[in-house]
Design a binder for this molecule. Structure first.
Ligand code: AP5
Ligand code: MG
Length: 196
């Protein structure tokens, strides 16, 4: 089984590249952002609770997202592997994910981190906000709050995986195709001698 984490700040291209990776490698895409937006659109109690945080650019509490990922892992036990997008976002989430995967006798193979300059992140998100309808893209203050949350709570997750030699950075500000090539190189290196 191959389990990837696509890591990086808001707007770095995690969702865009996940779509291409699942197509090429047949992995299952798990995006906590997408799952939360689905709950918000359906106006479930979980979605209504999550909205209070998302609209301010703040992280949703760990137990909420860990619970969502846990049930998705159980529901897709036959998957060839997973690509985690936007999860884990805190060290507590990373530790919980390690335990959930260990229960399934598997682990994270590699973390691929997209690096994009901050002014480009803001430009991309505000530009998408013109049409996406995403409440957290529309306002520059909220976009900046998401980036602050990333630096204070999410960036330390890199150390968690670097300790195990599982962290790689990839230049994320080329074209979509260029970034995809760089990611594929890392994944192909990983797959040498391993069955996906
Ligand atoms: P989430 O949905 O995960 O959002 P995010 O990571 O903040 O940012 P995006 O998903 O917008 O960025 P992305 O890296 O996927 O880039 P994308 O490919 O879309 O989370 C939203 C909120 O939910 C969080 O703020 C938090 O409140 C909550 N949440 C989610 N997960 C959580 C967790 N684990 N714990 C706690 N709370 C959680 O690209 C962005 C734009 O750039 C697009 O318009 C795209 O077309 C464009 N683009 C992509 N690649 C390129 C390129 N190479 N060149 C030019 N433009 C590009
Ligand atoms: Mg995304």
């Amino acid at each position: 089984m191959v389990n990837l984490i696509l890591f990086g700040p808001p707007g770095s291209g995690k969702g865009t590249q996940s779509t291409k990776i699942i197509e090429k490698y047949g992995l299952l895409h798990l995006s906590t952002g997408d799952l939360l937006r689905f709950e918000m659109a359906a106006k479930t109690p979980l979605g209504q609770e999550a909205r209070k945080f998302i609209d301010q650019g703040l992280l949703v509490p760990d137990e909420v997202v860990i619970g969502m990922i846990s049930s998705k892992l159980d529901a897709n036990a036959e998957a060839r592997g997973f690509i985690f997008d936007g999860f884990p976002r805190t060290t507590a989430q990373a530790e919980a994910l390690d335990k959930l995967l260990a229960l399934k006798k598997t682990s994270i193979s590699i973390v691929l981190a997209l690096e994009v300059p901050e002014d480009e992140l803001i430009r991309r998100l505000l530009n998408r906000g013109l049409t996406s309808g995403r409440s957290d893209d529309a306002d520059e203050k909220v976009v900046k709050a998401r980036i602050v949350e990333y630096h204070s709570k999410t960036a330390p997750v890199a150390d968690h995986y670097a300790r195990f030699g599982k962290f790689r950075t990839v230049k994320g500000n080329g074209t979509e195709a260029e970034v995809f090539d760089l990611l594929c190189r890392e994944i192909d290196n990983l797959l040498v001698g391993e069955e996906v």
